[in-house]
Design a protein around this ligand. Structure first.
Ligand SMILES: Nc1ncnc2c1ncn2[C@@H]1O[C@H](COP(=O)(O)OP(=O)(O)O)[C@@H](O)[C@H]1O
Ligand SMILES: O=C(O)C1=C[C@@H](OP(=O)(O)O)[C@@H](O)[C@H](O)C1
Ligand SMILES: [Mg+2]
Length: 209
């Protein structure tokens, strides 16, 4: 099964992925968490699942953890407010990062808003997934679970939110990795290629190698 290794204390040159393991039928050994950030509909949740399947390792979606714990996000925000949502989201994020077993973590698009979260992201392997506005629009159609996109013009809302957060994604993540023309499996392969390259050179294992 997946080999578990402790993340190095502040070390930034250890390979993240044991390539020999990933190339065989054995699951890959992750040495630390891999975190996916990016705007809504960039495909973080879908890519995390595909990537974990590809590597044979564990994964989690923080929005799913939120729902399990607090119920649907729109209802929570309506009842408790956005600030309370951000606090609860940050608690769930920190808890996931504290798990010893390294895993793929899909975050919600707003996780980068809190300075503390951005600080935590610096010590993970963080990838910034992105998507073009028109593809995002097609992906959000029919969705009811994103209260920030509720209202008359979800397209304009999405664009404004993405623009506002772009510097934060840039600060925290390796990327952007444009998923607009890729299936989730292709995104996963792209991420694996980036990890393999980093592991073979021992050069890129976090946002700031
Ligand atoms: N690479 C992709 N290609 C096509 N559809 C995708 C892709 N990634 C995600 N989707 C679809 O777009 C929607 C939003 O994707 P999701 O993974 O939930 O995004 P995020 O977690 O970034 O908000 C879902 O319906 C999902 O199935
Ligand atoms: O961008 C945001 O602020 C949000 C993104 C959502 O997750 P996804 O990015 O997975 O859609 C979810 O956490 C919540 O609706 C708020
Ligand atoms: Mg998601």
């Amino acid at each position: 099964m997946t080999q578990h290794t402790e993340p190095p204390a502040g070390g930034r040159s250890e390979p993240v992925l044991n390539c020999a393991a990933s190339a065989s039928s054995q699951p890959a050994a992750l040495s630390r968490h891999i975190v996916l950030i990016g705007p809504m509909c960039s495909g973080k949740s879908a890519a995390a699942r595909s990537f974990a399947e590809l590597l044979g390792c564990a994964w989690t979606d923080l929005d799913d953890e939120f729902v399990t714990e607090h119920g649907p996000i729109p209802a929570y925000i309506e009842q408790h407010g956005m600030d309370a949502f951000r606090v609860a989201e940050s608690v769930i994020f920190a808890r996931a990062l504290a798990r010893k077993k390294p895993q793929i973590i899909a975050t919600g698009g707003g996780v980068v808003l809190a300075a503390k979260n951005r600080e935590l992201l610096q010590d993970q392997v963080t990838f910034w997934l992105d998507v073009s506005p028109h593809v995002a629009l097609s992906r959000m159609r029919g969705g009811t679970g994103r209260p920030l996109l509720a209202g008359d013009d979800p397209f304009a809302r999405w664009q404004a939110i993405r623009t506002e957060r772009e510097p934060l994604y840039r600060e925290c993540g390796i990327g952007p990795i444009d998923t607009s023309t890729m299936r989730p499996g292709e995104v996963a392969q792209t991420l694996q290629g980036m990890l393999d390259a980093a592991s073979s050179t021992h050069s890129v294992s976090t946002r700031n190698p």
